[in-house]
Design a binder for this molecule. Sequence first.
Ligand code: BGC
Length: 532
Amino acid sequence: MAVPNKLPKDFIWGFATAAFQIEGSTNADGRGPSIWDEFSRTPGKTLDGKSGDYATESYKLWKEDIALLAAYGVRSYRFSLSWSRIIPLGGRNDPVNLKGIEFYSKFIDELLAHGITPFVTLYHWDLPQGLQDRYNGWLGKDEIVKDYANYAKVCFEAFGDRVKHWLTINEPWCCAILGHGRGVFAPGRSSDRNRSAEGDSSTEPWLVGHHIILAHAHAVKVYREEFKPTQKGQIGITLNGDWALPYDNTPENIDAAQHALDFAIGDYPFKLFDPVYLGFYPPYMREVLGNRMPDFTEDEWRVVKGSSDFYGMNTYTTNLCRAGGDDEFQGNVEYTFTRPDGSQLGTQAHCAWLQDYPDGFRQLLNYIWKRYKLPIYVTENGFAVKGETDIPIEEAVKDFDRIHYFQGTTKALLDAINHDGVDIRSYFPWSLLDNFEWADGYTTRFGVTYVDYETQTRYPKDSARFLVKWFNEHEHPEVAKRPKAKIPTSSLHLSSNGSVSSKASSPTPAPSRWGFRSTVMKVVAAILAFIR
Ligand code: BGC
């Protein structure tokens, strides 16, 4: 039964990460190379010139990360599997790496032992390099669809007895547009010959989007036919999409905001949902792309339509939209955060594309719910505080702007559920840890936990404390309360077996940058009085 001002009984919350952004250990235990290994090691591709080779060392520190999640009292954890750890070369006839399976299997067991529900993304952009070399990865339609479905099947077989929440693909828009249009993400293809020796930005993004839809839909078919009857899980895709407001109330800008949403949310291949759920291509996309837009066959439509059990939502901001511009990747609409009177929409984040505007989150939740009538899982939402990398750790952990962001979004979430009647099932702030922020390298921090990359020490930020407290206060009264964990105010020592003990002094000597070997790490917790 709904309780005023509380979340639904089955609501799950936790934090989110992705394999390539945190794991490091890119050569360990038989892992094969991925397109992000190659791309991030290429000079000029990341802002600070750094790769994902070490990231937050979570392949080594996985027990410590889980202990941290347990200390935060989360119900769930969203993380992704690295395809090339599981099938190093990626293909359906290539060998499976048992060490990769074993790693994730133990990881899942450890989460469950802490009462944390695994929420698993199969693909968060780290395609095996082997498939890129063999047939240009997502461009190789017949092969990639089969290889992805096979990889998904290997994962359902290995982990599906314990994993009941699957996301097939994270944000196809980024793979299609940023990876094959703008060329700023792996594999970095683009028509811009200063950026890439190969690529065609006018056709490849649309093909990639098309093939991703098919790969997703075929994996879902495999799950539904072969695994769901016994494993009884949920499966779907997760899409990025931000709310769009008209710049002013002129008819052309009102249209522009709708076009931005059409391109960002509804239209193929950006957000896949109209094809996936409604079973048709929206007219505006056809109008813009003409015969560059690939079509599905009758048989393909049958697999695609209805191929997601829910709407997976990654959302961060709101854009003011003005008609004009020639950027077809955003529907020939101009985006701004500056209102006609010169004021800003919200607080500026470290990255140019993000400002804080919680009302947009609530409106987006309502829009999606009305359009698709499906439960919504919010799988990412977060904020990067401006300049956080340039200030001392003691200041960075007092992340007021991030707290302000989450104050707004948690209120919007609750209002959307309780006042607007939107069916929302989860909330995963991005991210558990500061981590490898793709083309930004390590210069942009999204974590609720500060990571000192020199020592791999984790420092909980005040935003983590805010969120833990907020969820404790808003969980449904019937949700079993966690045993009250006494979290020390000075420091947390997380041992390699994951047990948490209080330790105010004697930190493990800091290993030098990227040279982490110790199996024991010290997490200095700036958490003051978590309320459980
Ligand atoms: C991605 C994350 C990324 C975050 C912040 C999302 O689009 O899924 O991997 O770190 O945004 O940019």
